[in-house]
Design a binder for this molecule. Structure first.
Ligand code: ATP
Ligand code: MG
Length: 445
């Protein structure tokens, strides 16, 4: 692509720079058949149809797009009529999903300005500037300005295969910069999740945040506490289950955002140095599994994030005289209920998390038939993985993890030999927590 910079007209960003097909690298070969079908059918019915967002951004960076998003001037109802295989979703932000087998193409209608005298049911903003609903239709130029980052506001036209750049996104892609469109503080107040999106894209794309985009985050981070827990849970999955979890975590921590999602984990990290080591080890582990194409579950990662708060509550309850097992169940219950105020945790993850925690103590008790029973538990593997992380971080003394590593692959004879050693090994005395106070950070934000 040539000539990077583009002078915007008097009216701000509303005139796009149009980059013809022979001056950009995006080819139909890189676009899924499903996305092409949607684009051509909209075009054939007389509507404008563009690919927009992550798929264009990622293609320009030479990455495989994760999915394809379409923007059009057809209303959701008109899109519904064109595709039998489609459904309307969302209230806050109405869009249409068109399904082709396992692939879903997201079709959004151009959004206009939310201000003005529009009726409450199409656009609503709280007193604090939070956008509660955003369903005012508009032009493509208005739509571009409603998007978050300049690099996400590039449109690929199916009519002539040109690229429409409304906000200097091509320039920012080349400069590897994340820049919010418009006034950053206002855009974060409209939708605080944009702060999380900034972290996610910075980690995934290895981009830096533009100064003005970065500056308000430290102060506005607490706005995330207003976001419904279900939406934050979806975002948490995108943050940590996309292969760049460690980097994302470090960015979130740096900007004071991690504590808005997982306050108890954040507090535990401030108290004990091993906690952060363990969280980082869990993320490293998950990132590596994703890179290797192995399966990952959020339950394991969440169990690791919240292990320290669970363990310290359990210890406190035991100090007050409660036996170990109910103390663990109570601690798990309390930590999960507090977490639910911040991010939801669907039952299909909450149940395994409790199992993984509950198994930590059982892993130490191996006498008699216990080792064999624990080995058969459906969550044994995840619990064992968590134990390894705890040992690696220095929370529990080394030895037990190695014992289980040997036990799992041993034949019967060897297993009996391993069991005969259990009484004398220090790991069978239960876990001892190393309370290493965290060193104060040099310039903690
Ligand atoms: P990826 O799909 O790779 O995670 P993406 O940029 O496509 O990244 P999506 O969540 O699929 O992200 O959103 C598609 C597009 O919709 C974005 O590129 C952006 O233009 C716009 N968008 C999404 N969420 C927001 C938001 N919270 N505020 C403003 N615009 C948004
Ligand atoms: Mg997308």
């Amino acid at each position: 692509m040539k000539s990077l910079h583009h002078e915007n007209g008097q009216n701000g960003l509303s005139t796009p720079r149009i980059i013809p097909r022979d001056e950009h690298p995006i080819s139909r070969q890189h676009i899924s058949d499903a996305a092409l079908k949607v684009l051509y059918r909209l075009d054939g019915a007389g509507f404008d149809a563009f690919l927009v967002g992550g798929c264009i951004r990622d293609s320009l960076l030479g990455k495989m797009p994760k999915d394809f998003d379409v923007a059009t001037n057809a209303t959701p109802e008109q899109v519904r009529e064109l595709f039998r295989n489609s459904r309307l979703i969302g209230r806050r932000f109405r869009i249409v999903h068109v399904r082709f087998g396992r692939e879903i193409i997201e079709v959004t209608t151009f959004r206009g300005k939310p201000e003005g005298d529009h009726a409450d049911h199409i656009a609503r903003q709280s007193d604090a500037g939070l956008l509660l609903r955003d369903n005012v239709w508009g032009s493509i130029a208005e739509d571009a300005l409603r998007r978050d980052f300049t690099v996400n506001a590039l449109y690929y036209s199916i009519a002539d295969y040109s690229l429409h750049d409304f906000a200097d996104g091509v320039h920012d892609i080349q400069a590897r910069k994340l820049r919010l469109i418009g006034d950053p503080a206002t855009r974060y107040r409209e939708d605080p999740v944009r702060m999380l999106r900034a972290m996610r894209f910075a980690a995934k794309l290895d981009f830096t945040l533009d100064e003005a985009t970065e500056a308000p985050i430290y102060e506005l981070a607490p706005l995330l506490l207003q976001i419904p827990p279900a939406r934050l849970f979806d975002e948490v999955l995108k943050l940590f289950m996309a292969g760049h979890g460690l980097m994302t975590f470090r960015l979130l921590s740096h900007y004071g955002l991690f504590g808005m999602l997982f306050p108890e984990a954040e507090e535990a990290m401030a108290d004990d140095a091993w906690v952060e080591d363990m969280v980082e080890a869990a993320l490293t582990n998950t990132d590596r599994r994703i890179a290797d194409g192995r399966p990952v579950t959020p339950a394991f990662l969440l169990a690791a994030f919240l292990w320290a708060p669970v363990a310290s509550r359990q210890a406190a309850l035991e100090n007050d005289g409660m036996p170990g097992v109910p103390a663990m169940q109570t601690a798990a219950q309390q930590v999960i209920s507090r977490q639910l105020h911040h991010t939801s945790i669907p039952k299909r993850f909450g149940m395994p998390m409790r199992d993984i925690w509950g198994l930590q103590e059982r892993l130490a008790k191996r006498q008699g038939k216990r080792a064999f029973q624990t080995r058969e538990h459906p969550r044994f593997r995840a619990a064992y993985d968590l134990l390894l992380l705890r040992e690696q971080a220095g929370e529990s003394p080394p030895g037990l993890g190695e014992w289980w590593t040997a036990f799992q692959s041993a034949d019967e004879h060897e297993q009996r030999r391993l069991l005969s050693k259990v009484g004398s090994d220090p790991a069978s005395q239960g876990t001892r927590r190393k309370r290493r106070r965290r060193k104060p950070r040099p310039n903690a934000e």
